[in-house]
Ligand binder design. Structure first.
Ligand SMILES: *Cc1c(COP(=O)(O)O)cnc(C)c1O
Length: 410
């Protein structure tokens, strides 16, 4: 019989969202009239902007003509999209990224999952704790770890604790690692790295020949001007960092699918003989072998967020979510909770009251207010004692949730 990849069997059960659903179902079975408000899952709710919709319609119409029809496109994405990204997401902030350094894809989940393929099997890595689980699980699947311990931590991964004491920023690893994942603005904690903090990371990576995998899926939600949107705003980052960006949260593309990865020309790794090799060479090869690109209408839709009308519409949606985040943060603070995030990210990270653990608080919140959130412990051992509320909701529901929380906890 075919032998399977044992590494998959090391994965701790992906119990977080199934367990949330299970507890919700038990509750609604017992309380069929309860009006549940879900502020748990990080998915957008506002409809597509009209500029995006129009651009996608036009692209379909174009494809229905003999001259406008297109078959396979370039695996890395069409030049029109890569040029628009380079100019608008980077050039406008004074960051030099060439369109050829941009690879369009169908999601940052896949990109941040696939990137580990280009590193040697025995590479060492570090992640923050709490963490977006994709970074960890894909390295488990690739065989870079042992089995998980009772906290769900895998032997072979260096976990960097993020707590109140560290402002939810990870400290530098105490021994060199080959690559490290950073996510800023952070899911789940909602906190953002400053220029000073990122500079420390870039200096460390260059000194140790490490590569930083920088997930900036939430950069559009930054509201404070002094904070960096890209790691390439930091001197030297072109030599040590890969950046991930996504249209998912930025423009409501979670169901449309478009993202991209940036690999600067100067970024090198070493082969087994110790010679320098450009990382882009491997990623371009991988992309051309395993991927045939994202669809033309989707790329035209993505391009449309950079038009004058598209940019305005996309910003209005982000402002809407960030107004939700303020309502949640202010409401919780008024009710006596200690909160983090919610200012430059669509997530509020709250400290559970009275030393309750994350799941106890989940049950209490559900029972008393019928509001569903996400237990922090689902993101790692250091998430225990915390809880995530998402600002991706309809305004009236968010207001109602906060009213109930204030009434029951305030
Ligand atoms: C939502 C999210 C993404 C984006 O994923 P897509 O596959 O592009 O939808 C990336 N990173 C983090 C941390 C996220 O929360």
């Amino acid at each position: 019989m075919a032998r399977l990849n044992d590494n998959y069997l090391k994965l701790a059960a992906g119990y977080l969202f199934p367990e949330i659903s299970r507890r919700m179902n038990v509750f609604t079975a017992a309380n069929p009239d309860a009006d549940i408000i879900k502020l748990g899952i990080g998915d957008v709710v506002l409809p597509l902007s009209s500029s995006v919709r129009q651009a996608m319609h036009d692209a379909i119409d174009e494809m229905a003509t003999p001259d406008g029809f297109r078959g396979y496109g370039p695996s890395e994405g069409y030049d029109f999209l890569r040029e628009a990204i380079a100019e608008n997401d980077f050039g406008s902030r004074g960051v030099r990224i060439d369109p050829s350094e941009i690879y369009a894809s169908d999601g940052s989940k896949c990109d941040s999952a696939n990137i580990q393929e280009i590193f040697a099997d025995d590479s060492t890595l570090a992640v923050s704790d709490p963490v977006y689980p994709v970074y960890v699980d894909t390295n488990v699947m690739a065989g870079r770890t042992g089995a998980p311990d009772e906290n769900g931590r895998y032997a072979g991964i260096e976990y960097l604790p993020c707590s109140e004491e560290t402002n939810f920023m990870p400290a530098l690893p105490d021994k060199p690692v080959d690559f490290v994942y950073l996510c800023s603005p952070n899911n789940p904690t909602g906190t953002v790295a400053t220029k000073e903090e990122l500079t420390k990371w870039v200096d460390w990576a260059r000194a140790n020949e490490s590569i930083i995998l920088f997930d900036a899926a939430y950069e559009r939600f930054i509201t404070e001007d002094h904070l960096p949107h890209s790691i390439y705003e930091i001197e030297g980052a072109r030599e040590c960092a890969i950046e991930f960006r996504s249209f998912s949260k930025t423009a409501g593309f979670t169901g449309i699918r478009c993202a991209y990865i940036v690999i600067p020309e100067e970024l090198n790794g070493r082969d087994s003989g110790g010679d320098l090799v450009p990382v882009s060479k491997l990623w371009a090869r991988r992309t051309n072998t395993k991927f045939n690109g994202i669809s033309y209408p989707v790329q035209r839709g993505a391009e449309a967020i950079y038009s004058a009308s598209g940019a305005k519409e996309v910003q209005a949606n982000i402002d809407y979510y960030m107004a939700n985040a303020s309502l949640i943060k202010d409401g919780l603070s008024a009710a006596g909770f200690t909160t983090y995030g919610g200012v430059n990210a669509p997530y509020v990270w709250l400290k559970t009251p009275d030393g309750k653990d994350s799941w106890q608080f989940f049950d209490e919140l559900l029972t008393k207010t019928n509001v569903v959130g996400t237990p922090g412990s689902g993101f790692g051992a250091y998430g225990e004692g915390y809880f995530r509320l998402s600002a991706f909701g309809v305004r009236e529901k968010v207001e109602e949730a906060i009213t109930r929380i204030t009434k029951n906890f305030g």
